[in-house]
Write a protein that binds this ligand. Structure first.
Ligand SMILES: N[C@@H](CCC(=O)N[C@@H](CS)C(=O)NCC(=O)O)C(=O)O
Length: 214
């Protein structure tokens, strides 16, 4: 069986999504640490990912970047329980939720609220309160859009875990680590009920990167 190598930055939300998918599928992998925020990125890595972001997956000699492409590949190429619904509309909803998370959720939830309030604070840096306020307002819009789409209490789509749960789970874990993020979730009961179950999932706990030290 071809080996799996995952290139990524330990605190990356996108790396975490792929790690969760691999864990859920029961696949083991080798981690190679790449810091995409470093001043220079090794040419060897840029040869794999010309945009210098993370993650990138290598399966044998097959190289793939872009998280949604990776998680779908992982789901389809490895045995284990499927992470994409077979029903066409449920799959469309899953893809919609993932796209909402990427297009409208990642920046405010992770890069504004979490990075400023939690990550920067852990590094002893002064948080940018304007970015946090802007991020919180934009995140609320995302949560309001997701609330009617969240189908049931246990999983975002249908009756089984899907890639949407992993994508949102990794982002919401960071958002909820900020007190104002956690408080905002409480205003969205269906989404909160989903998070109350999702946060205790084993693949979430096993991929928790913790925080850096100053
Ligand atoms: N569309 C990419 C986004 C990946 C991404 O933005 N990763 C972040 C880390 S969570 C990154 O590499 N950031 C580096 C930067 O913004 O320069 C994907 O889905 O894989």
């Amino acid at each position: 069986m071809a080996s799996v190598t995952l290139y990524g930055y330990q605190y990356s939300v996108y790396l975490r999504i792929v790690r969760m998918a691999l864990l859920e599928k029961g696949v083991s992998w080798t981690h190679v640490e790449i810091d995409p925020f470093a001043e220079t990125i090794a040419p060897d890595y840029l040869a794999l990912h010309p945009f210098g972001r993370v993650p990138t997956l290598k399966h044998g000699d097959f190289v793939l970047y872009e998280t949604t492409a990776i998680t779908r590949y992982v789901d389809e190429v490895f045995a284990g329980k499927p992470l994409q619904p077979s029903d066409v509309r449920a799959r469309a909803r899953m893809n919609q939720i993932i796209a909402i998370a990427d297009s409208y959720g990642y920046w405010p939830m992770v890069r504004q609220v979490f990075s400023q309030r939690v990550f920067n604070a852990a590094l002893g840096r002064t948080p940018d309160e304007t970015a946090i306020a802007d991020g919180l307002a934009a995140s609320r819009k995302v949560l309001a859009a997701l609330e009617p789409l969240a189908e049931c209490e246990r999983f975002l789509v249908g009756s089984a875990l899907s890639l949407a749960d992993l994508h949102l789970g990794a982002m919401v874990a960071y958002f909820a680590a900020a007190p104002e993020g956690d408080a905002a979730l409480a205003d969205f009961p269906r989404f909160s009920a989903w998070w109350a179950v999702m946060k205790d999932r084993r693949s979430m706990a096993e991929t928790d990167p913790g925080l850096p030290r100053a």
